[in-house]
Design a protein around this ligand. Structure first.
Ligand code: T3D
Length: 258
């Protein structure tokens, strides 16, 4: 049983709450391990059709627990490979929608964690800080990959150099988040969206995620080829047959994610 995170599963949605509120959900090695194992389980479990990540208390996640960094040199390369990188890779390779419900500050690797999700729903109280340079570090846990893709290189470098907070409305304007909602509605609105996605053609969503990730590093020709391959797979799913049948019968489709 994890104790740095809370995991709840219902109606096809796995909700993960980072649960170290006294330190704004700073990540220690135990939390990174529990998050990795839970995401692995969510990847494998066919009953999980959408994942939501949020934080307990007033923060989303303040990144690395700096109290574990008071003792002097450590190999950050090894630490990142062992802790954050598997978490980020699982989120990006999991063929199911992953949502971040950003309830408060998302800083450092906590900001990267939010950016790794497919969609971000932000509370009006959310903020994003590429805080790394404040402690003399480089953006990690995927921020160098996500940020320029989401906001463009110039803005990404500005956010990384200056390490100033971006509030929810500015994040929406920049394309860092998909939606901003009143704080008290955050979980209800995010869970509504998660349930809607979990009831959708989740095999097709997974293949869409794979195809778009592939397209980010390919030529148009290769992307067209890969799309055709993904469509071949989607075209053979029960959900595709159900979608076409439901259209012809003029009724709502009932997707099962297979
Ligand atoms: O290790 C490696 O492998 C390298 C990887 C690095 C990845 C990274 O994430 S590096 C970046 C690490 N994170 C930070 O540098 C952020 C540190 N936190 C802050 O700058 C601020 O807390 C915030 C801007 C996020 C929020 O500020 P504010 O004023 O809203 O809250 P606060 O008062 O600073 O924090 C509340 C409490 O949480 C406070 O404890 P206290 O005084 O009530 O006992 C604070 O010390 C604690 N806290 C916040 N963030 C962290 C933390 N404790 C440990 N580690 C933290 N990251």
């Amino acid at each position: 049983m994890p104790d740095t995170i809370i995991v709840e599963q219902s109606g096809g949605v796995m909700a993960i709450t980072l649960n170290r509120p006294d330190v704004l959900n700073a990540v220690n090695d135990q939390m990174a391990g529990e998050l990795r194992d839970t995401l692995r389980q969510g990847t494998r479990d066919a009953a999980v059709r959408c994942v939501v990540i949020t934080g307990a208390g007033r923060g989303f996640c303040s990144g690395q627990d700096l109290r574990d960094r008071a003792g002097g040199p450590t190999s950050y390369r090894e630490h990142l490979h062992a802790t954050y990188n598997p978490v980020i890779s699982l989120i990006r390779t999991m063929e199911k929608p992953v949502l971040a419900a950003v309830n408060g500050v998302a800083a450092g690797a906590g900001c990267s964690l939010a950016l790794a999700a497919d969609l971000r729903v932000a509370s009006e109280r959310a903020s994003f800080i590429e805080v790394f340079s404040r402690v003399g570090l480089v953006p990690d846990s995927g921020s160098t990959w996500f940020l320029p893709r989401l906001v463009g290189l110039g803005k990404a470098l500005e956010l990384a150099y200056l390490a100033e907070p971006v509030d929810a409305q500015e994040a929406l304007r920049l394309g860092l988040v998909n939606r901003v909602v009143p704080h008290e509605d955050l979980m209800a609105k995010t869970m509504d969206l998660a349930q809607r996605l979990a009831a959708g053609p989740t095999r097709a969503y997974g293949l869409t995620k794979r195809a778009m990730t592939y397209a980010l590093r390919s030529t148009l020709e290769d992307a067209l080829d890969y799309e055709a391959h993904m469509q071949e797979v989607a075209g053979r799913t029960a959900d595709h047959r159900e979608g076409v049948t439901a259209f012809l019968e003029k009724r709502q489709a009932r997707y099962e994610g297979r």
